[in-house]
Write a protein that binds this ligand. Structure first.
Ligand SMILES: C[S@@+](CC[C@H](N)C(=O)[O-])C[C@H]1O[C@@H](n2cnc3c(N)ncnc32)[C@H](O)[C@@H]1O
Length: 291
């Protein structure tokens, strides 16, 4: 809201300048062009309208949650990526950078939850890979988890809905765009913390530290900065909240064109690991317990 307020102030100042420097007709023209372009954006920030779109989104979400009986239903709510391997021919596999760049063969299956405005979310994961990962994580019974890279909240939804025994969830992203109240409704009975900022910032690290006190994180999921240095830094920084039994999940361990595969290859030399999924959009799990 604070940011929107600042933006609005800037716009008002710009308009004041137009009135002073140009004539009134010019001013009206510029206002109508601005409104034509941004009416929807301006209106949905208006508190009563935000309240309504949140309310109707939650009504739909509750209906979906009620209808969920198993992991497939949860994934149907959140949506997922489907990879059409037929669209990727053998020749293209020879130059995988190209595949990931064009996202060829990767199709988005929209979730059955129908949200409005900013209260929409979609899981950015290939279905089979996240399904297998979720099952494995659940079998290890984590009670405190941390996710780096929330985006619109798709994977957060799956943790909240499928890992029923969770007690605490910490989620980090640069910007939640005011969606925290939607995220909280994924699992109102659980303790949830949302930290906005760069995960590599000491500030963010300290906020996590304050929340956890002496608690350890059982499952850390890294799906944020996909550069080699970025993922390595997240791994090294947040591993400090881990116990011997902690597991760390990484997304896109074979997503060509990112630095994750290089880091994954390296980390496999030191820890027991497990992979979930095929080729593109694979998840990996690191067992910190030395074997
Ligand atoms: C691929 S999306 C996450 C998708 C989500 N986990 C899902 O499966 O639905 C990556 C997110 O990480 C965030 N991100 C990237 N680098 C980050 C950083 N250094 N600190 C915090 N968030 C970061 C981006 O803003 C983006 O929302």
């Amino acid at each position: 809201m604070e940011r929107i307020g600042k933006k609005l102030k800037n716009k008002i100042n710009q308009l004041k300048n137009i009135i002073i420097q140009e004539n009134f007709i010019e001013f009206i023209k510029k206002i109508s062009i601005y409104l034509k372009k941004n009416l929807k954006k301006v209106l949905i920030c208006f508190p009563p309208i935000d309240f309504l779109i949140f309310y109707f989104s939650i009504v739909n979400l509750k209906k979906r949650i009620k209808a969920e009986e198993n992991i497939d239903d949860i994934l149907e709510t959140a949506g997922y990526y489907k990879i059409n391997y037929k669209k990727i021919n053998a020749e293209e596999w020879e130059d995988p950078q190209k595949i990931s760049y064009e996202r060829k063969g990767v199709e988005l299956c929209k979730g059955k939850y129908e949200g409005y405005g900013k209260y929409r979310f979609n899981l950015c994961q290939e279905k089979e890979s996240i399904k297998k990962l979720l099952k494995r994580v659940k079998s290890l019974g984590p009670s405190v988890i941390m996710e780096i890279g929330t985006a619109s909240g798709g994977s957060l939804y799956t943790w909240c809905r499928y890992l029923k025994d969770l007690e605490m969830i910490i989620s980090i992203d640069f910007d939640f765009n005011g969606r925290e109240k939607l995220f909280k409704s994924f699992a109102p009975e659980k303790e949830m913390h949302f930290i906005e900022g760069d995960s590599h910032d000491q500030n963010v690290f300290e906020k996590v530290s304050k929340i956890l006190k002496s608690k350890k994180v059982d499952f850390i999921y890294i799906d944020a900065d996909h550069s080699y240095e970025g993922v390595k830094k997240d791994f090294e920084m947040y591993k400090r909240f881990a116990s011997n039994n902690t597991i760390i999940g990484l997304h896109d361990i074979c997503h060509f064109g990112t630095g994750v595969p290089k880091f994954w290859k390296e980390i496999k030399r030191f820890y027991k690991t497990e992979e979930f999924g095929e080729k593109l959009q694979k998840n990996g799990l690191v067992y910190l317990k030395r074997v």
